[in-house]
Design a binder for this molecule. Structure first.
Ligand code: AMP
Length: 415
């Protein structure tokens, strides 16, 4: 037996319905905030992620699905979507077009991580990118979109965790301070942290190893090292969140796993999830477009993990098309049934046709197993009168109806 690749999943019916519902709710919300969809390729040049995400990040250093194609080019299955969107924006000069300043995406991402509950190798993200808006209002509004989406999905106990990681001006002095403060306690840090202290000291703050926590908790706060402009920005973001009545917790040592962030970083976590409690992660990435050969344009965005959201999401009241199972018996009936099925579908009814002649008793059994809501029975008598027997499989009641009335009756139950 050939099985799915480790860390990937088949999405089966009816679970896939919840995905569709989430996607539909998100699309509606994104459009109400003025976002338009962008779909970028799953495959990108490896260089894009090395430049866009940073080669010292876990994603680029350890987690990418990278391979050479037949011409020896290094390609990578996208581990996240912001770099791809930024590439597309630069490539198509979308930054010159206000119409393309707000983009959203929904799709699979790939990371070679140890699979566990809430962590997969192929997972799905939906996210937004706001381009060319440097004002703190864009950060707050972007966070509001995430909060509204979680509200719409009915996620309990979601908390916004907020911080500022400063900018090219104030981060280097902070990093120097961080290094100096960690240096005397280096023996208490894990091997990864010791390495990061040399290569990318800020990333030590992201370490989850329990024995490192007391040392990291004593590290200097990022918000105390901000330059005046970053401090003002951070304050304004908080004020606008207050105005929008979005509650948040400032986590002064929170950093994010991607190098391109400046100023605002945030996560949304939910207590409804276990160890992998981060539902949404994002922040401001002014400078990313320039790093990819584009203009010096501001950017803000986030990504939400769909598997994790669905784990925390209560079942939604489901949209369900009425399903009619169409069975027949008698000579000449089958041809009429095939046409009748098309007529009913054109009237918005979901119809399954039985392709073999069966006794009505055996047809009803099959309808039941197929979880149909109705059975429509066509025998020679029905063919003659053009009144078909519609059987309600829940109550057992039945009526003789013309095709249009069948459609009207079953559609009464549709949303
Ligand atoms: P990131 O792109 O790392 O900022 O992640 C954004 C969100 O994507 C996280 O908060 C998770 O909800 C989700 N996510 C990240 N990695 C995985 C994974 N391997 N499996 C499932 N969800 C993930």
């Amino acid at each position: 037996m050939i099985t799915a690749v480790k860390g990937t999943q088949d999405l089966l019916f009816p679970e896939v319905r919840r995905w569709q519902q989430l996607e539909a709710a998100a699309r509606g919300l994104f459009e109400r905030y003025g976002f338009g969809e962008i779909r970028t390729p799953l495959l990108e040049p490896t260089e894009l992620f090395v430049r866009g995400i940073g080669d010292e990040t876990d994603i680029v250093a350890k987690e990418m699905y990278t391979f050479q194609d037949r011409k020896g080019r290094s390609l990578t299955l996208r581990p996240e979507n912001t770099a791809g969107v930024a590439r597309a924006v630069v490539e198509h000069r979308l930054h010159d077009s206000p119409q393309h300043a707000r983009l959203y995406y929904i799709g699979p991402q790939f990371r070679y991580e140890r699979p566990q509950k809430g962590r997969y190798r192929q997972f799905h993200q939906m996210g937004i990118e706001i381009l060319g808006e440097g004002a703190p209002g864009a950060d707050a509004e972007g966070i509001a979109v995430a909060v509204d989406l979680l509200d719409a999905a009915g996620i309990p106990a979601a908390t916004v965790q907020l911080n500022s990681v400063g900018c090219a001006e104030c981060r280097p002095p902070y990093v120097a301070l961080l290094k100096a403060s960690l240096a005397p306690r280096v023996s208490e840090l894990c091997g990864d942290c010791r390495r990061r202290l040399e290569t990318n000291p800020l990333r030590t703050l992201d370490c989850k190893v329990p024995s490192c926590q007391p040392v990291l908790d004593a590290a200097p706060r990022l918000d105390e090292g901000l330059c005046a402009a970053c401090a003002d920005h951070h304050r304004a973001v908080r004020e606008i969140l207050d105005l929008l009545r979005i509650s948040y917790r400032v986590r002064p040592r929170m950093v994010r796993g991607l190098d391109y962030y400046v100023r605002t970083v945030f996560e949304v976590t939910s207590e409804a999830l276990g160890a992998q409690d981060a539902l949404v992660g994002g922040g401001r990435y002014d400078g990313l477009l320039r790093a990819l050969g584009g203009p010096d344009a501001a950017g803000f965005g986030w990504a939400l993990g769909m598997e994790r959201l669905l784990m925390a999401m209560p079942p939604l009241p489901g949209e369900r098309l009425p399903r009619v199972y169409l069975a027949w018996s008698g000579a000449g009936t089958y041809a009429r049934v095939l046409l009748l099925a098309r007529e009913l579908r054109a009237m918005g009814v979901a119809v399954l046709v039985e392709h073999q002649e069966r006794s009505f008793k055996s047809a009803l059994k099959r309808a039941d197993r197929l979880n149909a809501r109705w059975a429509l029975l066509v025998g020679e008598e029905e063919l003659e009168s053009e009144l078909y027997t519609l059987k309600d499989l829940a109550s057992g009641g039945q009526q003789a109806l013309a095709a249009a009335d069948v459609a009207a009756r079953v559609r009464e139950e549709a949303p």
